[in-house]
Design a protein around this ligand. Structure first.
Ligand code: SF4
Length: 189
């Protein structure tokens, strides 16, 4: 097993309050073949796009920001379609006890449990939000894009109130003036 696998990343944000409890570093992985109709983030679908980072490089980015964040959110794209790198990343991040870990996935729980390393990934995170996005059941609140999606609390760290308190969207303006809108309902107009 490669001790430092690479991960295809679409984008990351060093701080966000609309992608899980508290201020979180958010990693959007690159690559998803699930093709949910109405997906808000189609630019993350091709596995050929984005950038390639080692897990140790991603960990360094987290460590540089660890005093400002409550945890790390891994979103997509589809994180579980890079299971070896995802497992290495969550096992490394789990060594930092102050940080929580939340993953958004389009897979159902039983699908994740059949992925090699899937159960071990679940053993190393706090919250999994899972299930395909169904545009007919669009919800866009409480960190669920559609109402068929489920929130699974895998440790005692969080409960339902931490999820329902998450803002549905946020507007971030970088020091260079770049505007970014994120969250479960980033369409404001
Ligand atoms: S799993 Fe997520 S990224 Fe993939 S198509 Fe569905 S909503 Fe989009």
């Amino acid at each position: 097993m490669n001790p430092d696998p690479t991960m295809k990343i679409h984008h990351y944000l060093p701080g966000s309050r609309a992608n899980g409890p508290g201020n979180r570093l958010v990693i959007w992985v690159q690559g998803c073949t699930l093709a949910c109709d109405g997906c808000y983030n189609p630019a993350t679908h091709p596995s050929s796009g984005g950038m390639t980072l080692t897990v140790s490089a991603l960990t360094q980015i987290v460590l540089q920001n660890q005093n400002e964040i409550e945890g790390v959110t891994i979103s997509g794209g589809e994180p579980f379609q890079q299971p070896a790198a995802l497992l290495a990343l969550v096992k490394t991040l789990r060594q930092i006890p102050t940080l929580s870990i939340l993953i958004f996935s389009g897979f159902e729980l039983d699908e994740i449990q059949r992925i090699p390393g899937g159960n071990e990934i679940l053993d190393n995170i706090d919250v999994l939000i899972h299930g395909r996005y169904q545009k007919e059941q669009r919800l866009a609140q409480d960190l669920r894009g559609s109402s068929n999606k489920s929130v699974l609390f895998l440790t005692q760290r969080y409960g339902p109130s931490n999820i329902t308190n998450s803002p549905i969207s946020e507007i971030l303006i970088s020091p260079t003036g770049q505007i970014e809108i994120t969250g479960i309902n980033p369409i404001l107009w």
